[in-house]
Design a protein. Structure first.
Length: 239
C-alpha cells in the first residue's frame, strides 16, 4: 500500500527560505555592480570567449573560494556560535589582508558591510544587530564571507549549507557579469556553471580544514588587471 506523499511545511528546513533569499539576485548587496576582476581581464584580452571564461572559473574563482572566502566563512560560522567577537573581528581584518588588489579588497569590504547593515535592518534585536554594533565599535572592515556566515547563523543554517550558498552565489555572479561583457549566451553560461558546481564540494571540503596560515591565494593576472581596471577610462563595473 503506497503512503501519501509528504506535503507538510515541517518537511522543509526552517533555514532554507532565508538562505535562498540571500542568494537571490534581487537581494540588495551591491554585488551586481562588481565583476570580481573579470572586466579587467576582459579588457586585457585574457578572458575573451567561453573557453577562456571556463579557465577563469577554474584557475581564479574556484581557487580563491577554496583558499580565501570559504575558509573565512567556515571559521566565522564557528566563531559566531558563541559568539566569539574577538575572533570574528580577526577574521574581518584577515579577509581584507588576503586581498592584495585595492579594488577587489574594497569590493569585498563594501558588499560585506552592506549585507550586515541590511541584516540588522531586516532583523532588529538579533545576532545581526549585535554584529553591527561590534563592527562599529571595533572598526572592523566589511567582509563579504563573514557576512555570509552571519546570514547563515541568523537563519540557523548548517555550516556546509552556508558554504554551498556562498560558493554558488560567487560563481553565478561571475557568470552574470560575463554575459554582459562577452558574447556568451545563457546556455553556454549555464554549462560552465554546471561544470564549476561539480567541483564546489571538493573545494568546500578542503576549505573547512584550512587554518589561518594556510589561507591565501594569488594570481598575478587578476591583481594586475584589477589595478589597471581601477584607473580605466571606461568601466561597466566598479571592480
Amino acid at each position: 500500500m503506497n503512503s501519501a506523499p509528504a506535503t507538510g511545511i515541517e518537511e522543509i528546513p526552517a533555514w532554507l527560505p532565508g538562505l535562498l533569499q540571500t542568494c537571490d539576485s534581487a537581494y540588495p548587496t551591491g554585488g551586481y555592480a562588481h565583476s570580481g576582476g573579470l572586466e579587467g581581464l576582459v579588457q586585457a584580452g585574457v578572458v575573451r570567449d567561453a573557453a577562456s571564461l571556463g579557465r577563469h572559473l577554474q584557475e581564479i574563482i574556484l581557487p580563491a573560494l577554496r583558499q580565501v572566502d570559504l575558509p573565512l566563512a567556515a571559521q566565522a560560522w564557528r566563531a559566531l556560535a558563541r559568539p566569539d567577537w574577538e575572533r570574528v573581528g580577526e577574521l574581518c581584518f584577515l579577509s581584507s589582508a588576503l586581498r592584495p588588489a585595492r579594488e577587489l579588497r574594497l569590493a569585498a569590504e563594501n558588499t560585506g558591510r552592506q549585507r550586515v547593515e541590511l541584516l540588522a535592518h531586516l532583523h532588529p534585536d538579533s545576532l545581526a544587530t549585535a554584529f553591527h554594533a561590534e563592527a562599529v565599535r571595533g572598526r572592523w572592515p566589511g567582509a563579504h564571507p563573514i557576512a555570509a556566515a552571519l546570514e547563515g547563523r541568523l537563519w540557523g543554517a548548517p555550516e556546509q549549507a552556508v558554504l554551498v550558498s556562498l560558493g554558488y552565489s560567487t560563481l553565478a555572479a561571475s557568470l552574470a557579469a560575463a554575459m554582459k561583457l562577452l558574447r556568451i549566451g545563457q546556455n553556454a553560461a549555464q554549462g560552465l556553471l554546471t561544470t564549476a558546481l561539480r567541483q564546489l564540494p571538493e573545494a568546500i571540503t578542503t576549505a573547512r580544514q584550512l587554518r589561518d596560515p594556510e589561507m591565501g591565494w594569488f594570481n598575478p593576472w587578476l591583481e594586475i588587471a584589477s589595478a589597471r581596471h581601477e584607473s580605466a577610462d571606461h568601466r561597466m563595473f566598479i571592480s
